[in-house]
Ligand binder design. Structure first.
Ligand code: 9Z3
Length: 348
């Protein structure tokens, strides 16, 4: 299938062309109205705001979608980091894939730590015939689970009371791109007090709506050939147009560690943002590498002071795998980023 749309010099859709041809989801305006109110309130209350993106994006193959391509991510990185940002005093916009992990409730995921398994009915009432329909039935939490539940619940209630967490959901890469652009435009009022922590696993390819089959693709005609277009280089637009002052952190995921650092450097050179955090699929819970330009506080690669090659600094963050999950690497990632954001703000 030949593409009939305009692309930029490396064959990707330009962001402008993308948004001119791919429609937003019907809920976008409502979603953004709430983001605007949230951002304005945080501005009035003098809080920093971080946009955390989390989970994988899908690429539907049909308009009446039965099949889709997905990007791997459980949402652990994003949900865990959001909690540490809240703890550090940031307001958080948590933009996540529908049904992926969320801050606080992630501790009680149905697959790893099912909620029902640590609740108990009082002994006299364990017979189903005694329990059914009785308002007086008492439920308690197993003693071994109480400490953690109290901590999680207290943090969750405090955040709800303070109104510092706002949640948005996406499913497709198209939902994600429209939301990212609109949220960034709203957060630009915060200037340097805004941070972007782009942990969602975003598809590099998509199928333009104009070429999607309306109904479920039928078998019986041999193999299936689908040609996808490249998703626009959205980080470039984010840095250069949508949020000219925000502190932008992107993630780079690879399965071949030897290309992690070169790819992270290439992303910084291309987009001119502040930090790339590189992680390998298999070790991502225990080690990550921070890559940033040596002259970290420049906005764009085109603003090099000497006009020469940029140099980059890499630093690894590691935790002992045996200490997980009591110790989470996101605690250290967020601590490091808060410090970098502090210096970014004081550079103005
Ligand atoms: C990441 O690299 C995240 O750390 C993970 C987190 C997806 C590995 P989990 O949710 O996994 O804890 O299971 N996210 C970014 C991946 C990505 O799509 N990056 C793009 C790329 O590599 C650039 S924005 O090209």
């Amino acid at each position: 299938m030949a593409s009939t749309t305009q692309t930029d010099d490396d064959g990707a859709f330009s962001a402008e062309q993308y948004f001119a041809t791919q429609p937003p989801s019907p809920s976008l305006d409502q979603d953004i109205k709430k983001v605007r109110e949230f951002a304005q309130r945080q501005l009035r209350e003098g809080r920093r705001v971080v946009l955390v993106t989390s989970g994988g994006t899908t690429v539907p193959l049909e308009l009446n979608v039965v099949r889709f391509l997905d990007n791997f991510s459980a949402g652990t990185r994003g949900a865990t980091s959001a909690e540490y940002f809240l703890k550090a005093g940031y307001a958080v916009i948590f933009m996540h894939r529908q049904f992926s992990l969320q801050p606080f409730s992630r501790h009680y995921s149905h697959s790893t730590h099912p909620f029902l398994d640590f609740l108990e009915l009082d002994s006299a009432e364990t017979e189903p015939s005694n329990v059914a329909g009785s308002d007086a039935t008492r439920i308690s939490v197993k003693p071994s689970e109480r400490k953690q539940l109290i901590e999680v619940l207290a943090a969750y209630k405090a955040v709800q009371k303070a109104g510092t967490l706002h949640t948005l959901t996406f499913v497709t890469v198209n939902d994600y791109l429209w939301l990212l652009r609109a949220v960034a435009q709203e957060l630009s009022v915060l200037g340097r007090s805004s941070m972007y922590y782009l942990a969602a696993a975003v598809s590099d390819f998509f199928l333009p709506r104009q070429r999607m089959a309306e109904h479920k693709i039928q078998s019986g005609k041999g193999s299936l050939h689908i040609e996808m277009d490249q998703v626009p280089k959205i980080l470039k637009s984010l840095v250069d147009e949508w949020t000219r002052e925000g502190f932008v952190v992107s993630f780079k995921l690879e399965t071949d560690t030897s290309i992690l650092i070169p790819k992270a450097r290439a992303a910084l050179a291309r987009y001119g943002h502040q930090v790339v955090i590189g992680n390998d699929l298999h070790t991502r819970k225990y080690q990550v590498v921070f890559v940033s330009p040596a002259s970290s506080h420049r906005r764009s690669s085109s603003q090099k002071a000497d006009g020469g090659e940029e140099s980059y600094i890499e630093s690894w963050l590691r935790i002992d795998p045996a200490s997980y999950p009591q110790k989470e690497i996101e605690e250290d990632i967020v601590k490091e980023l808060v410090q970098l954001h502090d210096s970014w703000i004081s550079m103005q």
